[in-house]
Design a protein around this ligand. Structure first.
Ligand SMILES: Cc1cc2nc3c(=O)[nH]c(=O)nc-3n(C[C@H](O)[C@H](O)[C@H](O)COP(=O)(O)OP(=O)(O)OC[C@H]3O[C@@H](n4cnc5c(N)ncnc54)[C@H](O)[C@@H]3O)c2cc1C
Length: 228
């Protein structure tokens, strides 16, 4: 997560940052990895530019742990929202008054916040409730990437720092994660083939090189994952 995330969290939910560090999350900034000849050396205030490095399960784990011990917060896992409960106002569009779960239960609320991510079903739910969804903009970024986590064999800090290496049609990222884990990520334009089944020689070569280099220093900590 970028520095802005950490700063906002430290202001609003400092316990989450503490919990994440306890689980192995690290404060990292791009300046930390650059030679002093380029940055001019460390300066007061650099710490504000440090984000947090952690795998998603750790971030979710930290958030979940803090939510679980926060009075007045109830987290209901495995419950999917299937639709909105509405009541007719005297004028204008219907008023959202709750959520209907996939199990058919109705949860009445004063406020509904959509946090269903980029594939949120809210526009569908609003249409079903007779309300025109708001404007939404989507943009195709045109690249796909896949990555894998590795863990050092002896629990030591990973032997990599954050780096971006650009090749023709392919970018290779090394990303320190949390504690003794790091990731290799390959990024390439989607147009060159199906993500996860890349047959181009250059991509395959870089993938096997990064994999071999990582296996020398550690062992895989996850399956190879693809994302578009
Ligand atoms: C491969 C990849 C790498 C990324 N790397 C970074 C990074 O390094 N740093 C960074 O800051 N961001 C990164 N991002 C972006 C980041 O993951 C997203 O911006 C962030 O997760 C968005 O959070 P969100 O809570 O809005 O949605 P999400 O994290 O998508 O959460 C939505 C949640 O809603 C749940 N949900 C969906 N529908 C329903 C339903 N009907 N009922 C109940 N629950 C439902 C889903 O199961 C999910 O748990 C990355 C994204 C991807 C895909």
């Amino acid at each position: 997560m970028l520095a802005r995330w950490r700063l906002t969290m430290e202001e609003e939910l400092p316990e989450v940052v503490e919990e994440l560090e306890r689980l192995g999350g690290l404060r990292l900034g791009a300046l930390d990895t650059l030679p002093h000849a380029l940055t001019g050396g460390p300066r007061p205030g650099d710490e504000r530019l440090r984000g947090m490095a952690a795998r998603r399960p750790l971030v979710e784990g930290a958030l979940a742990a803090v939510a679980a011990r926060t009075p007045g917060v109830t987290v209901r896992r495995g419950v999917a929202a299937a639709g909105l409960v509405t009541e007719l106002g005297t004028a204008g569009p219907p008023h959202v008054a709750g959520v209907r779960t996939a199990a058919g239960e109705t949860v009445a609320t004063d406020l509904v916040v959509d946090a269903m991510g980029r594939r949120s079903a809210l526009p569908v739910m609003l249409r079903a409730a007779g309300v025109a969804p708001g404007d939404e903009e989507r943009d195709e970024r045109g690249f796909a990437y896949y990555g894998r986590h590795f863990r050092t064999s002896d629990g030591s800090r990973p032997p990599v720092s954050y780096s971006v290496r650009a090749f023709e049609g392919l970018t290779l990222l090394a990303i320190p994660a949390d504690a003794d884990v790091w990731a290799w990520v390959l990024v390439r334009p989607r147009a060159t083939g199906r993500c996860g089944r890349c047959a181009t020689r250059r991509c395959g070569t870089a993938r096997s090189r990064s994999s071999r280099a990582s296996r020398r220093n550690g062992r895989p900590a996850s399956r190879s994952r693809t994302c578009r």
